[in-house]
Design a protein around this ligand. Structure first.
Ligand SMILES: NC(=O)c1ccc[n+]([C@@H]2O[C@H](COP(=O)([O-])OP(=O)(O)OC[C@H]3O[C@@H](n4cnc5c(N)ncnc54)[C@H](O)[C@@H]3O)[C@@H](O)[C@H]2O)c1
Length: 340
């Protein structure tokens, strides 16, 4: 099937989208839109061919009548862009976070349903091999029931741009990936959260750039998150450093390639049991991987009549709800229910 897309938001992230789109047979990007015409032109040039450029997404959609909107714009523009594209019959693949508020997210889901269009989110950090391998190990039951997941995220990036003025920037712009990964790994959703946010002295962000959160998950497990974007030195992976505890063993993942698991063996002393290491399942040909490209492939396959993508808005809203509940908890100082 041949599919035509318009891409809005030709900033830093758009290069990854363009690269992914080039690898999908039958998919073309017919128009590039950015408020800054030079960015739209540069993106079109990197795509090649004779794509159009402009500053108005609606005008471009009306002119080109594409099958798809690729939304890579800043989060503040998201609801308007996605709503307009859905109302014009486009399928939409959108960057995270899927909206700025729960009301906006719910509105976009309702619009996609009413229009009968696929609406999915680039939650690309669940499309990586370690996540899939760990998920398979946990699902095998070898560690027993998962009782807690813990992760640390500590980096000190100087992005410039919209992030440095954004409220709740760590939770909204980054922790969404980690919270989504916790759902993906555990197979559990979140029911409630207690969260504290702060902006450390010396921060180059205008607002809260560090956070600690404790989530209660649906099957009784606890998920704890500690994160900061103002942490110089000893940086973690962008995927976080993880420890997952089950009834019969534990798993640690450094967020890169080092995954280790141990399960309980015979007693060693009155104090401790022995532990024996467990092999981590290798990659499987069916694993959903390849980051942006993997998400985009599943989105296109869904348009062509395949399964609904894993990151469809209806599912992704459960990860977004974790972020929004964490923000409400941080603002109120209270434990807050995670409502979808
Ligand atoms: N999935 C990931 O791993 C990942 C990584 C980085 C960024 N992102 C997300 O991608 C999105 C963009 O981030 P970025 O780093 O490329 O930001 P950026 O600031 O570099 O680029 C955003 C672009 O959107 C344009 N824009 C703003 N309003 C617009 C509108 N109404 N119509 C068209 N263009 C508009 C801006 O002019 C800018 O060029 C954000 O939602 C961000 O969270 C995701």
């Amino acid at each position: 099937m041949s599919l035509r897309a318009v891409l809005t938001g030709c900033g830093a992230m758009s290069a990854g989208w363009i690269d992914a789109a080039k690898q999908i047979p039958g998919l073309s990007i017919a128009g590039f839109v950015d408020l800054d015409p030079r960015r739209a032109q540069a993106a079109a040039a990197s795509w090649g061919g004779n794509a159009q450029t402009g500053a108005d997404a609606v005008a471009m959609i009306d002119a080109l009548r594409p099958d798809i909107l690729f939304d890579v714009a800043v989060p503040m523009a998201r609801h308007t862009l996605v709503a307009q594209a859905l109302s014009r019959g486009c399928h939409v693949l959108t960057e995270k976070p899927m909206a700025e508020t729960m009301a906006q997210a719910a509105d976009l889901l309702a619009r996609a349903k009413a229009a009968g269009r696929i609406h999915a989110v680039i939650q690309n950090r669940r499309y990586i091999a370690p996540i899939r391998r760990i998920r398979r190990l946990l699902a095998s039951g070898v560690l027993g029931r998962v009782t807690s997941l813990h992760c640390d995220f500590f980096l000190g990036p100087h992005f410039g741009g919209f992030r440095e003025d954004m409220r709740h920037v760590l939770l909204l712009d980054m922790a969404i990936h980690t919270f989504d990964a916790a759902r993906c790994l555990s197979g559990q959703d979140a029911e409630a959260v207690y969260c504290r946010e702060w902006n450390p002295p010396g921060s180059w962000f205008a607002h809260e750039s560090s956070a600690a959160a404790i989530f209660e998950l649906t099957d009784g497990a606890v998920f704890t998150y500690r994160g900061s974007w103002v942490a110089q030195g000893l940086g973690t992976s962008w995927e976080s450093a993880w420890r997952i505890v089950g009834e019969r063993g534990s798993l640690v993942w450094d967020g890169h390639d080092d995954i280790r698991a141990e399960i309980v063996g015979p007693p060693r002393s009155h104090l401790f049991d022995t532990a024996q290491s467990v092999e981590i399942p290798p990659r499987d040909a069916e694993d959903r991987i390849d980051g942006h490209l993997g998400v985009m492939r599943d989105f296109v396959a869904a348009i062509e009549g395949g399964l609904q993508p894993e990151t469809r808005g209806e599912d992704n809203i459960k990860s977004f709800a974790m972020v929004m509940a964490a923000i409400r908890s941080a603002e109120s100082g209270m434990r807050v229910a995670v409502d979808v």
